[in-house]
Ligand binder design. Structure first.
Ligand code: PMT
Length: 401
C-alpha cells in the first residue's frame, strides 16, 4: 500500500447497493497516503450521501458536469488532468455500457473520456446482469482498451441471488489500486527538507540574509515526492510557488526554521538540510527603523543561531541526517569536517565559488560524501541532480537500516 503515498486518485461511485462500501474504500486509500477526490453519479447519491464521502475524503464531492460553481473551482478538464488514476467502484452495468460506448453524458463518464490516467473498474451488479451477453461484450471491449477490471467476486447477493457480480471488498480494491503504481525508492518514508535562505531581522525593514533561491531544496522535495515519500518542505522566503503533494511550511528566521524542523521530527525518517541558514542574527531587533546617525561606522552585534541540522542529528533516535556544505575552497576537507562535527550520516559538498552552479543558479554539481566514500555528481539541472541525489540517499539510507 506504500505505493499509494502522494497519489491523486479519483474515486467514481455509480448507483448500486455496493456504494456503501465506497466509504470504507475512501478511508483505506486516504489512510495509505493517497489524495482522493470523489465523483458521484446521480444514482450513487440514492445509496450513500455525498456528505459522508466529503467527510472521509476531505474534499467536496464532485457531482455535476454543468455546475458553474464547480467549474469555477476545479473544472472537469482540470480534474481529469489532476488524476493519477480513476477507480470506479462500484461500476454499474449501465455505467460500464456507457463507458464502452464512449459516452460523455455525465461528469464521471466525461472525466473518463478526458483523462490520460489509467482507469480501473470494480463491477458490481446482479449475477444475471453480469452474465448478460451485452455486459460481457462491454467488459471485453474495455479490457481490450486497457481498462483494468477488478473482480467481480462471487457469492450471495443483496437481491437474494448467488453468483458472480459482487464488488470486491474495499481492502482488496485498495491493494489492487496500489499495484497499479511502481514502488518508489522512498515509498512510505517521511522526509523533511529545509530550503532557501533565512532572514534575520535588524529592524522592521532590514534583515541579514543570503542569495539562496530555494531551487535546490525545492527540487529535492519534488524528487522525494516522486520517489513516494511524504514530504515536509520547510522553506525560507523564496520566489518559488509552493509545490503540490507536500506539506510546505514557510518560515523567516533560523529560530523559526528550527521550530518547524522539530515539529513532528519523531515521524521523520530522513532529514535533508539544503537551506542556507544564517549562522548569526542581530542580538536585538530594533522595534523601530534604525535612523541614520552622524557616525561613519556602525557596529552590529550578532549572536550565534542554533545549528538546525546538528540539533536534529543530536536527537536520540535521530532520522538519517543529510547536510549540505557550501564552500568556496578546500571543498572535500571542509565537507568532511562538517560531516564529523555535526554528526551527519551524509553531506553534499557544494562548491559555490564556481560560476553557473550553487546559489541562485538553475544547475548544480556536488559530491555526496559519507564516512567511507565520495561520489561526484557532475553538473546538470538542479531537477536532474535532485533525483540522482534522492536515489543515492535512498540507497545509503536503506543500507544503514
Ligand atoms: O537555494 P539555491 O539557490 O538553489 O542554492 C542551493 C544552495 C547553494 C544553498 C545549497 O545547495 C547549499 O549548499 N546549501 C547549504 C548552504 C549552507 O548554508 O551551507 P553551510 O556549509 O553554511 O551549512 C552546513 C549545513 O548546516 C547545511 O546543511 C545547512 O543547512 C546547515 N545549517 C547551517 C547553519 C545553521 N545554523 N543551521 C543549519 O542547519
Amino acid at each position: 500500500m506504500q505505493r499509494l503515498t502522494n497519489r491523486q486518485i479519483i474515486l467514481g461511485i455509480t448507483g448500486g447497493i455496493a456504494a456503501y462500501k465506497s466509504a470504507e474504500l475512501t478511508r483505506l486509500l486516504k489512510g495509505a497516503g493517497a489524495d482522493v477526490r470523489v465523483v458521484m453519479t446521480p444514482a450513487a447519491t440514492e445509496f450513500i450521501t455525498p456528505l459522508t464521502l466529503q467527510a472521509l475524503s476531505g474534499h467536496a464531492v464532485h457531482q455535476h458536469l454543468l455546475d458553474p460553481e464547480a467549474e469555477a473551482g476545479m473544472g472537469h478538464i482540470e480534474l481529469a488532468k489532476w488524476a493519477d488514476l480513476i477507480l470506479i467502484a462500484p461500476a454499474s452495468a449501465d455505467f460500464i455500457a456507457r463507458l464502452a460506448g464512449g459516452q460523455g453524458d455525465d461528469l464521471l463518464s466525461t472525466l473518463c473520456l478526458a483523462t490520460d490516467a489509467p482507469i480501473c473498474l470494480a463491477p458490481a451488479m446482479n449475477q444475471a446482469m453480469w452474465r448478460n451477453r451485452h455486459t460481457q461484450d462491454n467488459i471485453a471491449q474495455l479490457r481490450a482498451g486497457n481498462i483494468g477490471i477488478f473482480g467481480p467476486g462471487s457469492g450471495a447477493q443483496a437481491c437474494g441471488d448467488t453468483g458472480p457480480g459482487r464488488m470486491l471488498e474495499p481492502v482488496e480494491l485498495a491493494q489492487l489500486t496500489a499495484e497499479q503504481f511502481d514502488t518508489g525508492a522512498l515509498a512510505g518514508k517521511t522526509v523533511f527538507i529545509t530550503a532557501g535562505p533565512t532572514r534575520e531581522a535588524l529592524d522592521p525593514v532590514r534583515y541579514i540574509s543570503n542569495h539562496s533561491s530555494g531551487k535546490m531544496g525545492y527540487a529535492l522535495a519534488q524528487a522525494a515526492v516522486d520517489a513516494g515519500a511524504r514530504v515536509k518542505l520547510i522553506s525560507g522566503p523564496v520566489n518559488l510557488a509552493a509545490p503540490a503533494r507536500m506539506d510546505v511550511v514557510q518560515v523567516q528566521s533560523a529560530n523559526d526554521m528550527l521550530a518547524a524542523a522539530m515539529d513532528g521530527i519523531a515521524s521523520c525518517d530522513i532529514f535533508i538540510a539544503a537551506a542556507a541558514v544564517a549562522d548569526y542574527r542581530p542580538t536585538a531587533v530594533s522595534e523601530h527603523k534604525i535612523k541614520k546617525g552622524s557616525e561613519e561606522v556602525m557596529e552590529l552585534h550578532l549572536v550565534k543561531n542554533p545549528d538546525i541540522v546538528a540539533s536534529v542529528a543530536a536527537l536520540p533516535g535521530k532520522p538519517f541526517t543529510v547536510g549540505f556544505a557550501a564552500e568556496t575552497r578546500d571543498l572535500l576537507n571542509y565537507a568532511r569536517s562538517k560531516l564529523e562535527r555535526k554528526q551527519l550520516d551524509l553531506i553534499v559538498a557544494n562548491d559555490v565559488s564556481q560560476p553557473g552552479i550553487g546559489f541562485n543558479s538553475d544547475e548544480n554539481a556536488v559530491t555526496l560524501v559519507s564516512r567511507d566514500e565520495a561520489r561526484p555528481l557532475p553538473q546538470t539541472s538542479k531537477r536532474q541532480l535532485a533525483s540522482q541525489l534522492i536515489r543515492q540517499i535512498a540507497e545509503l539510507y536503506n543500507r544503514a537500516q
